[in-house]
Design a protein around this ligand. Structure first.
Ligand code: ARG
Length: 433
């Protein structure tokens, strides 16, 4: 059964090919579809296209469907194309001709856009919440281990003293920039496309400002063509934010794998958080972080997939856009799972406190000794040369005391400032967060 049925049913293969995964993916849009319809009919009544009684009947019909969705009783029947059709069919089956009135001044093109905007707004908020949990975890670990030294590397060669506090704190602060990206995507999603109809507006005097208020969008997509163009563009911004978080998390996962390796041996996890080998009895593998790294690497291809799907599409609605859902929907879910998993693992991370006592890290103290001599009055280049010659001749003995005090350094990791910076960005999401 089709909303656009005119007495013939399309070929079964055509139907299957064009509907694709919509019946499954659209389930996530169901509650937003009802929310959009509730705002739309309220507006239709205000411009005289529905009577007050009709509005009441339709509102309670839609609320019943919303309850069905909440209870998990809603499904998109086979033979029904998508969630938009299913909601309208249910309403008409229940209310008769009144149900057929809700689609005035609307097309599935702007209907799906509204659903997606509302959905993505919520998804991005869920993503921010998951990022914030990981941020808090990093901050706590940074504070807890701020006095535990570890080697810092450049070119993956032992370089200078660093600390576990700096390592964890670095990922905390890095996540703030990812949240800025999410906020940008959120602002792009938070605009009302309703009333753009098929993509060119309507001859009904639609009150688009009213639906903007009803759906609590921050802004309107004024130009109806721009509203339609926002499909794909909204996803692209969200995908970039997802990729940004994934890049931070993927790098952290790599660090963990490396630092768990016996050649480093900086951190470990209780046995039950590691995995074994079927042949090597001693193995405790970091599979969680390897899977996380792999997933995060894959997630970084999402903006590319979206960009290619969108490339050179002509103006207006094109069915290709339906495939955005196949790419976007699993991506956020996958990323949130990785973030949650990381928090869970970090609840159990064990940090080795005496890493830098190992003589293999002696040379990381050379710069400390050069600086000490320089503070004592020797020109930097002479101090550098003196210590350099000691190393060259095998006579270097590290002092092993580290006193970095400037902001953002080992002795002053600025955890509170970083917390404040995050809060300022989070404030941009307003009260919905
Ligand atoms: N499933 C469609 C999508 O996601 C809904 C819009 C259908 N519009 C149309 N003109 N066929 O894009």
């Amino acid at each position: 059964m089709k909303l656009w049925s005119k007495g013939f049913e399309p070929d079964k293969m055509i139907e299957e090919f064009t509907v694709g995964r919509d019946r499954e993916l659209d389930m996530r849009l169901a509650r937003y579809d009802v929310q959009g319809s509730l705002a739309h009919i309220k507006m239709l009544e205000s411009i005289g296209l529905l009577t007050a009684d009709e509005l009441d009947v339709l509102t309670s019909g839609l609320n019943d469907i919303a309850d069905m969705i909440e209870r998990g009783d809603f499904e998109i029947a086979s033979g029904v194309e998508d969630v938009h059709s299913q909601v309208e069919f249910l309403l008409t089956a229940k209310l008769g001709d009144i149900g057929k009135k809700i689609h005035s001044g609307r097309s599935r093109n702007d209907q799906v856009l509204v659903d997606l905007k509302l959905f993505m707004r919520d998804e991005l908020l869920s993503l921010v919440r998951a990022v914030k949990k990981l941020f808090d975890k990093f901050q706590t670990l940074s504070e807890r281990h701020k006095n535990v030294l570890m080697p810092g590397y450049t070119h993956l060669q032992v370089a200078m003293p660093s600390s576990f506090g700096l390592w964890f704190g670095a990922y905390a602060e890095s996540l703030i920039d990812d949240v800025r990206m999410i906020l940008a995507a959120y602002d792009i999603a938070n605009q009302n496309p309703l009333g753009s109809a098929a993509g060119y507006g309507s001859s009904f005097p639609l009150d688009r400002e009213m639906t903007t208020r009803e759906l609590e969008f921050a802004e309107l997509h004024y130009n109806v063509v721009a509203a339609q163009m926002s499909r794909g563009k909204t996803e692209r911004a969200a995908a970039m934010a997802i990729a940004s978080v994934a890049s931070t998390l993927g790098r952290f996962a790599m660090d963990v794998c490396m630092f768990m390796c016996q050649n480093f041996g900086f951190i470990s996890f209780p046995d039950e958080f590691t995995t074994g080998s079927s042949i090597m009895p001693h193995k405790k593998n970091p599979d969680v972080f390897e899977i996380m790294r792999g997933k995060c690497n894959r997630l970084q291809s999402v903006p590319n997939e979206i960009a290619l799907l969108n490339a050179n599409l002509p103006l207006g609605y094109n069915r290709d856009l339906q495939l955005m859902k196949d790419i976007m929907f699993p991506a956020t879910t996958e990323l949130i799972r990785c973030l949650d998993m990381c928090v869970m693992m970090l609840d159990h991370i064990q940090v080795r406190e005496d890493v830098v006592d190992d003589p293999r890290y002696d040379y990381m103290f050379t710069v400390e000794d050069v600086n000490r001599m320089t503070l004592g009055g020797m020109p930097f280049r002479d101090a550098y040369k003196t210590v350099g010659m000691q190393v060259q001749n095998g006579e270097y003995k590290p002092t092993r005391s580290v006193c970095h005090s400037h902001i953002g350094s080992i002795g002053n990791p600025a955890t509170e400032r970083i917390a404040l910076k995050m809060q300022n960005v989070l404030d941009g999401f307003g009260s919905r967060l």
